[in-house]
Design a protein around this ligand. Structure first.
Ligand code: PEP
Length: 247
């Protein structure tokens, strides 16, 4: 099963649901629909209405983040996994580089994953190196640290998906080469296998994916799906990615 996950970031108002309605009508008629899952992570403000609207449909609604504590706390503006689950979220991203930049440490991320799983959300755990780390050939060691400091063997790996998102590729139009990416995905799966002492969870790629470069990514069979930012805000661009993937 492949994943196509759209991360809307700070985008969307109630009527933006039209974008998802168009994706849903494409999906319901697509002959390949049993081969993939669609997840969209709108901002917090839209999770409840969108989840209700798509309750019996195949589009899954998730959150872009969750707080590091269980249930309730006195932290202003914080939203916990417990609260997200109660309004219908099925997934949550954890560790997006935007949130790491705003202070998410490995310890915080470990708590976020723990409480998201406890509250029955599926976790899309994001990792990735920055440009300097890449240039200094530190990619593998950075990714190994990000994975081993946060994920634990006791976590239910069936509810975890890892998204490899090189920071230098996010929103820049730059993407890794076939060789770089194949090797990196292989490395990530090796580390995950070690952590869980069994088969690796699914590993996705994210960073400037669009309808014109998806063909190259398709050739890397170990990639289990995609986390899509910019192109997920347009139904046409998002659908083009799926169409071209199964072409
Ligand atoms: C993202 O921010 O998760 C992302 C993948 O963005 P983009 O597709 O725009 O590079």
């Amino acid at each position: 099963m492949k994943y196509f996950i759209g991360n809307w970031k700070m985008f969307g108002i109630p009527k933006s649901i039209n974008i998802l309605n168009r994706i849903n009508s494409f999906y319901s008629k697509d002959k390949n629909k049993n081969k993939y899952k669609v997840v969209i992570t709108p901002p917090y403000t839209l999770i409840e209405t969108y989840s209700r609207h798509f309750r019996n449909k195949k589009i899954n609604i998730g959150s872009q983040n969750c707080y590091q504590l269980d249930q309730y706390s006195s932290n202003t503006a914080a939203v916990s996994s417990y609260m997200l689950k109660s309004v219908g979220a099925k997934y949550t991203l954890v560790g997006h580089s935007d949130n790491r930049n705003e202070g998410d440490t490995d310890i915080i991320l470990n708590n976020k994953v723990k409480f998201a799983l406890k509250n029955n959300l599926k976790v899309v755990f994001c990792i990735g190196e920055n440009k300097i780390q890449k240039n200094n050939k530190k990619t593998f060691s950075v990714l190994t640290r990000q994975l081993t400091k946060v994920l634990e063997k006791k976590f239910n790996k069936n509810n975890i998906v890892v998204a490899y998102e090189p920071i230098w590729a996010i929103g820049t139009g730059k993407i890794p080469t076939f060789k770089e990416l194949s090797k990196t995905i292989e490395h990530i799966k090796k580390v995950l296998k070690k952590i869980f002492k069994s088969k690796s969870p699914e590993v996705l790629y994210g960073g400037s994916v669009d309808g014109s470069n998806i063909g190259m990514f398709r050739e890397i069979k170990q990639i289990d799906g995609f986390l899509i930012g910019g192109a997920s805000k347009s139904s046409k661009k998002f659908i083009d990615i799926i169409k071209n993937y199964y072409r």
